[in-house]
Design a protein around this ligand. Structure first.
Ligand SMILES: *[C@@H]1O[C@H](CO)[C@@H](O)[C@H](O)[C@H]1NC(C)=O
Ligand SMILES: *[C@@H]1O[C@H](CO)[C@@H](O)[C@H](O)[C@H]1NC(C)=O
Ligand SMILES: *[C@@H]1O[C@H](CO)[C@@H](O)[C@H](O)[C@H]1NC(C)=O
Ligand SMILES: *[C@@H]1O[C@H](CO)[C@@H](O)[C@H](O)[C@H]1NC(C)=O
Ligand SMILES: *[C@@H]1O[C@H](CO)[C@@H](O)[C@H](O)[C@H]1NC(C)=O
Length: 409
């Protein structure tokens, strides 16, 4: 299950070069914002993140995030909500290292909250690469500040699952709350259910971000599913302008999962404007049609996530998301409404009417935004700032920021 072979595209996995070794083992747990002292035991992923905190010892953790991440970066209410409260409070030894670390995180929360309230974009943040701006973001200022804070403070250590709680004190200290696991395959959620505290406390980075299957958007991270069919994943990036996209909408894929049967029943072979196929005709290139289409339909298959969303963004085709209970990737910072269309299952019969109802002007705007948002979905062999690798890390960072860890002896 989980392989979407129907469109003759193989769903491989989202690959993080540095994390690859972990994906091979069943579940990988990685520690987030860990104390620098023990770094010899663990290998930091990204060298350029520094963390200066030092100290020693213990307490217990809270995972009371009263802050909904859904709204984390919207301008009002304030992005990160109140300071997280400890659930447990069994103090035996003071963990100065942890206290300093938490103080640092608190400063980040304040800085982000201030940035979120800045209405004007002339704040003095210098960034030679890129300054987030415009309607594709829920709050561009807050995102930018948060991203810069992440670069300064976020550090990740990796270790194999079976030793996590036995060998290192960090898991027990937070009961997993400052740890994350990453899995794209649909066994990911299932495996996590079996491990105490992993589902409850840890940040789970999953493609199968089905909110009716225990995916918790305020704690877990929706991982974009990316198809790495070609050795050069960038071959498909780019596409013609709106006026060179004669097809209204395109979909090709098998009849599985809860959504597609309805889509195929209503639209397969019914309408020339709606190129909806179960099997792509011979001699027709999937990516070519995407590039010739205004809208690319992205219905859920076996799982809520679909690699089509990222493919559509690469092909500069406005994605039409048809899913149920799917928490969209990076929806903590991106405003998906600005560059995609969401259609409910019930509205499948009205699909054409809905898409025809989008004016040319509005379409041009959305398509331009798809091009703007592309950088956040591009996978670089060696990660670049603001690319998909860093966006995933940023989502993890935000969730770590939402938790305050207290030690326990
Ligand atoms: C979490 O904290 C909020 C306010 O700090 C409180 O209202 C809520 O009951 C707490 N939830 C849990 C599960 O402790
Ligand atoms: C936690 O500890 C603090 C300081 O020791 C104390 O003031 C507070 O009442 C405790 N809270 C709970 C819920 O036990
Ligand atoms: C925008 O921010 C700058 C720097 O903080 C400030 O000097 C300026 O007055 C602000 N402009 C508006 C319209 O708020
Ligand atoms: C963490 O807790 C588990 C279960 O209580 C225990 O078996 C393990 O030894 C602890 N790990 C460390 C490093 O103390
Ligand atoms: C999402 O989860 C619900 C509840 O388990 C399930 O009924 C639904 O089919 C899932 N969606 C997909 C696309 O798998």
């Amino acid at each position: 299950m989980g392989m979407d072979c129907s469109s003759s595209l193989r769903v491989v996995l989202v690959v993080f070069v540095p994390l690859l070794v972990l994906i091979v083992s069943s579940v990988v747990v990685v520690m987030v914002v860990s104390p620098g002292e023990s770094s010899s035991l663990l290998s930091p992923v990204m060298g350029f993140w520094s963390h200066k905190n030092r100290g020693r010892s213990i307490i217990h953790s809270s995972h009371n995030t009263s802050m909904a991440y859904e709204n984390a970066l919207s301008s009002s209410p304030p992005p990160l909500g109140p300071t997280p409260q400890p659930v447990m409070n069994i103090t035996r030894k003071v963990d100065y290292q942890l206290e300093r670390l938490e103080a640092e995180l608190k400063r980040s929360r304040i800085a982000i909250r201030e940035a979120a309230q800045q209405k004007n974009h002339t704040i003095h943040i210098e960034d030679e690469d890129y300054v987030p701006n415009g309607p594709i973001y829920r709050n561009a200022n807050a995102f930018h500040r948060s991203y810069l804070e992440m670069e300064k403070k976020f550090k990740i250590y990796i270790y194999p699952e079976d030793v996590v709680s036995r060998k290192y004190r960090y898991w027990n200290r937070s009961r997993g709350a400052d740890h994350f696991m990453l899995a794209c395959h649909d066994w990911g959620p299932h495996v996590s259910w079996a491990i105490p505290y992993l589902t409850k406390n840890s940040i789970r980075v999953l493609c199968n971000a089905n909110s009716s299957e225990r995916f918790n958007p305020s704690k877990d991270v929706s991982l974009p599913e990316i198809n790495l069919k070609t050795p050069d994943p960038y071959g498909i990036i780019g596409g013609p302008s709106p006026s060179h996209r004669p097809t209204l909408a395109f979909f090709a894929g098998g009849m599985h999962g809860p959504i597609r049967p309805g889509l195929l029943k209503h639209w397969k072979g019914k309408d020339d404007d709606m190129k909806v196929y179960e099997y792509l005709p011979k001699h027709v290139s999937y990516y070519d049609i995407m590039k010739k289409s205004k809208f690319c339909l992205c219905p859920s298959g076996y799982e809520v996530a679909s690699p089509r969303i990222v493919e559509a963004i690469y092909a500069e085709c406005v994605p039409v998301i048809i899913s149920d209970h799917y928490v969209l990737p990076f929806s903590d910072v991106l405003d998906w409404k600005a560059f995609s269309v969401e259609v409910s299952m019930a509205d499948i019969p009205n699909l054409k009417k809905i898409l025809m109802g989008i004016s040319q002007r509005q379409y041009i705007r959305m398509q331009r935004r798809v091009k703007l948002v592309q950088r956040h979905f591009v996978l670089n062999r060696s990660p670049k700032r603001y690319d998909v690798f860093h966006m995933i890390l940023h989502s993890i960072w935000l969730r770590r920021l939402n938790v305050q860890v207290f030690g326990e002896a």
